[in-house]
Design a protein around this ligand. Structure first.
Ligand code: AMP
Ligand code: MG
Length: 520
């Protein structure tokens, strides 16, 4: 780790807050505040991702050294680090929330690996910053385990995401009122080191725009384009460049959300401060995975009433978030037409991705309009009959058309719920079979295509909760066990069948499994 090389372009290029204390305040005219992590009592490494360590040229020996836990627990800095908390705003649940900022995330620096790639290292839960408002700047073990595992699981599923290097226990308690019911409790604290080329969010642009600080907005846009979008070649500072850039943001966001829909991931808090400018899945909080297919499901108890961030609404919400970003960027344009076109590009990109997903999930060479309808009909059946999304699609590659429902019985939660839908299912399978015959892909190719789009293993909410329960009892082995399975989500892993089963009944209404709060 002492071989890490830093090139902290964000802090070298952009205006800093003059004050360097953690005093909570509104910060104007600056894009970040310098702040160091607050040391913790007893940093101890709980888990790490060997792929991310390798990405950063950190050897396994270094990971095992006490220095590693000290640095990634916030107790020591490596030469060249220049810690800061970013200043951003955001729309939360549809409303402008003003300044938010990194209330518990602290970027340590931007490191350049041997391949010349830039990776920003950021601790989550590293202590108070000027943006902590009334909160403590810390994170609990349960939510840190969830962020650590899901970041890596998403990566291995091929979904654009921030990564996680390490999970460090702090040895300090954190007090949380998990269900906001006036029963605060002490929980173990932890810190995740997140890793991404950039943690800039839509909200970073919204805040200066909301304050009419157009020079600051422009400075951030120019910086982001230069550092994070090097492939754009239009002249610096030109409207054409801003247009090409926003078009890219729309495209990447569309592709990210299409992946979420493909694998059954529900983010849970798609506020604009949780939307990455690079189209990466960011800020794993009360997210959840679809067990029984349900477009109306949201894991977030705070969102239970309006279900703004429900599974099926995610493509529309991402679009709405992009309209907020477009609004923030409008001062950089004389004419808003390019912004409109880029938003349109989101729609066409999303639709094309959805079509590709449909083809891949159903094992077709390409999806025709009738196949999009076929998929919609199937989704209605899956939802009505309470069918497990992951098990159904994975099983579909090997379905026995002589008795499709029997051959997919492992995917059904409730035979009684299935019964009224059985005739419609039989019909659907007849149409699907005829379609496959017309398509003419040979079985081996078809299965390979399907198995590359339909994972066998996802981070089911109850699996994460089992690992959390064990860890809170002192047995942390479940975290590495789960990570190991999730490293190869598309491979059949003999002996790992228990990680690819229906959610058990006990988990249906259990906290952490079907209901999650923002308290983390
Ligand atoms: P989130 O809903 O996790 O995206 O958080 C929204 C805002 O609240 C961000 O500005 C976070 O930095 C801040 N925040 C969340 N939890 C804490 C905490 N424990 N301490 C300080 N700030 C927090
Ligand atoms: Mg956030």
């Amino acid at each position: 780790m002492h071989s890490l090389r830093f090139d902290n372009r964000f802090v070298q290029t952009l205006p800093a807050d003059a004050e360097t204390s953690a005093r909570v305040r509104q910060v104007h005219g600056a894009l970040y505040s310098r702040i160091d992590p607050t040391p913790v009592a007893a940093p101890r490494l709980v888990a790490h991702s060997r792929e991310v360590a390798a990405l950063l040229d950190i050897s396994e020996d270094e990971v095992a050294s006490p220095d590693f836990a000290r640095v990634f627990g916030g107790n020591a800095l490596v030469e060249g680090m220049a810690p800061y908390a970013a200043n951003y705003g955001g729309h939360q649940f549809g409303h402008w929330a003003g300044q938010l900022g990194d209330g518990r995330a602290i970027t340590l620096g931007e490191t350049i690996n041997q391949r010349g790639e830039r990776w920003e290292l950021q601790l989550k839960g590293a202590g108070p910053t000027p943006y902590s408002r009334s909160a403590d700047g810390r994170a609990v073990l349960r939510s840190s385990i969830r962020e650590f595992l899901c970041s890596e699981a998403m990566h291995h599923l091929g979904v654009p995401t921030t990564r996680a290097l390490s999970l460090v226990a702090t040895g300090e308690p954190v007090v949380r009122d998990m269900f906001y019911d006036g029963r605060p409790q002490e929980e173990p604290g932890a810190i995740v080191c997140r890793v991404a080329p950039s943690f800039i969010r839509f909200g970073n642009f919204e805040l200066p725009a909301s304050r009419d600080d157009i020079p600051l907005l422009k400075q951030l846009a120019d910086f982001t384009i230069a550092r994070d979008f090097p492939s754009l070649t239009e002249p610096a500072g030109s409207e054409a460049l801003y247009a090409a850039w926003f078009t890219q943001v729309c495209e990447r966001t569309a592709i990210m959300v299409a992946h979420w829909m493909r694998v059954g991931f529900v983010h849970g808090v798609m506020n604009t401060d949780n939307m990455s400018i690079l189209g990466l899945t960011i800020d794993y909080g009360p997210y959840g995975w679809i067990d029984n297919f349900d477009l109306d499901w949201t894991p977030n108890t705070t969102d239970r009433e309006h279900r703004r961030y429900r599974f099926g609404e995610q493509p529309q919400i991402a679009y709405w978030n992009l309209t907020r970003l477009a609004n923030a960027l409008a001062p950089l344009f004389a004419d808003v037409e390019p912004l409109r076109e880029a938003l349109q590009h989101y729609i066409t990109t999303y639709q094309a991705a959805e079509r590709r997903n449909t083809a891949a999930k159903l094992g077709l060479l390409e999806a025709l309009d009738e196949d999009l309808q076929r998929m919609q009909q199937l989704e209605k059946l899956l939802q009505g009959a309470e069918v497990d999304m992951t098990l159904f699609f994975r099983g579909l590659a090997d379905v026995d058309f002589a008795d499709p429902l029997a051959s997919l019985s492992a995917a059904f939660y409730d035979k009684l719920k299935l019964a009224p839908f059985a005739p419609a299912f039989v019909n659907w399978f007849a149409g699907y079979r005829a379609r496959l015959d017309r398509d003419g892909l040979d079985d081996t190719t078809r299965r390979a295509r399907m198995n590359a789009a339909n994972p066998r293993y996802v981070l089911r909410n109850y699996l994460a909760q089992l690992a959390i329960d064990r860890a809170e009892q002192g047995d942390e082995a479940g975290i590495a066990e789960l990570l190991e399975v999730l490293r190869h989500p598309y491979d059949d892993q003999p002996g790992k069948e228990s990680f690819a089963q229906l959610r058990p009944d006990w988990a249906r209404q259990k906290a952490g499994c079907s209901m999650l709060s923002c308290s983390s």
